[in-house]
Design a protein around this ligand. Structure first.
Ligand SMILES: [Mn+2]
Length: 377
């Protein structure tokens, strides 16, 4: 079968107040095109469908319409990430199942409909005589475990609980078929593209918590990468860059599965504006940079002692691609460094001269030095 793995859509996410919804819509159109052109048999969305547990209605509308158009080609499976509310994500699961969409906020897959079969924590997908078993583990924080149907053993570590839980789910794996794990976890050894805030408080987990599978489809880290030496554990990454630190290329992962192995290819994502950071020394340079980076989102680092007037700042903000201004002129720091390089007596002499318009006398300086050394004056 051909399976497309994606994650971290973060629908509804804004960049310093700027909507990313039009780009998200374009990226999902690209996904639909990729599904159509490759003749994919399923789409896996490995968590962080939405950016917040309470997403705006327009983000939900985009998700459901994207799922519906994808489901016209093949089954769709989505699990909850740390940014999603698992109950909310799976709330419309009844209607979704009628369309061949599996919304995995919880772990009960006993009553799934054709083309799926399944049990606790896993589903099987049968197409054209081939069968794939999939373990589906939504973001498994300790607080969500019992909510999702797994009672954690408090005597054991977090990693041991996740390992045990995954191994319970992997009883759906069979020796004669292709086995895939889908989850939203933070693997030790993964390279981050984005800042810490994006990743939340998810704990790092060692690779050995994962059951043996032909492929592990992960979400959470936004930089696409393979994290295992065996070449079978992948983050698909986010389809768009969501932070200025994220310079990674964006992909959907296309898997060619067989009962023996999985081959992985990248489908590049073209949509999405580039996020540019530009350092400028004055207002004219700033306006020029905004013009040069038309079509991108621009963060300005302003390196000048000359403050911008309110009207110039307003003009800058008026540019469609302007996102943020950060003043990086380090005047106070420089003064501090210069101060550090002078002796206490020199600083005192300066202060005295500024205050009394004359230099301190030799006896005055001697007195100051004695006082600084803790000697009697
Ligand atoms: Mn994410």
């Amino acid at each position: 079968m051909k399976i497309i793995h994606t994650s971290d859509w973060h629908l509804g996410k804004r960049l310093e107040g700027k909507s990313r919804l039009p780009e998200q819509e374009q990226a999902l159109c690209e996904l639909e095109r990729a599904v159509r052109e490759t003749g994919a048999d399923a789409v896996l969305i490995a968590g962080d469908v939405f950016d917040t547990v309470n997403p705006p209605a327009e983000a939900e509308a985009l998700f459901y319409s994207a799922c519906l158009s994808l489901s016209r080609h093949c089954p769709v499976i989505a699990i909850a990430g740390n940014h999603d509310n698992p109950e909310r994500l799976s709330a419309p699961c009844g209607i979704a199942r009628e369309c061949g969409i599996l919304l995995g906020g919880s772990l009960d897959y006993k009553n799934v409909k054709e083309p799926f079969g399944g049990g606790e924590g896993y589903v099987t997908l049968k197409r054209n005589g081939e069968r794939i078993n999939m373990v589906l583990l939504p973001y498994p924080s300790l607080s969500r475990m019992s909510q999702l149907g797994y009672l954690p053993d408090t005597q054991k570590s977090y990693a041991e609980n996740v390992r045990e839980w995954l191994s319970l789910c992997s009883k759906g794996f069979t020796a004669s078929d292709c086995n895939i794990t889908v989850s939203h976890i933070f693997m030790a050894g993964s390279k981050r593209a984005n800042d810490e805030a994006e990743l939340g408080t998810a704990a790092l987990l060692p690779l050995d918590v994962l059951p043996k599978a032909h492929y592990t489809a992960l979400g959470h880290v936004h930089k696409p990468q393979c994290v295992s030496k065996s070449g079978s554990v992948y983050y698909s990454g986010s389809p768009l860059a969501y932070s200025f630190d994220d310079r990674s290329e964006k992909f959907f992962n296309l898997l060619y599965t067989s009962p023996a192995s999985v081959k992985v290819e990248n489908i590049p994502v073209q949509s999405g504006r580039r996020l540019a950071t530009v350092t400028v020394k004055n207002f004219d340079e700033c306006m020029l940079a905004l013009k040069e980076h038309e079509g991108e989102f621009v963060r300005i680092l302003y390196d000048s002692p000359q403050p911008l007037s309110a009207s110039k700042y307003a003009e800058m903000r008026g540019c469609e691609n302007f996102v943020a201004l950060k003043n990086i002129y380090l005047m106070p720091k420089r003064v501090a460094t210069e101060k550090k390089m002078r002796s206490d007596a020199e600083l005192f002499a300066d202060f005295f001269e500024k205050t009394y318009s004359e230099k301190p006398s030799a006896s005055m300086l001697e007195m100051f030095n004695k006082a600084m050394n803790g000697e009697a004056i």
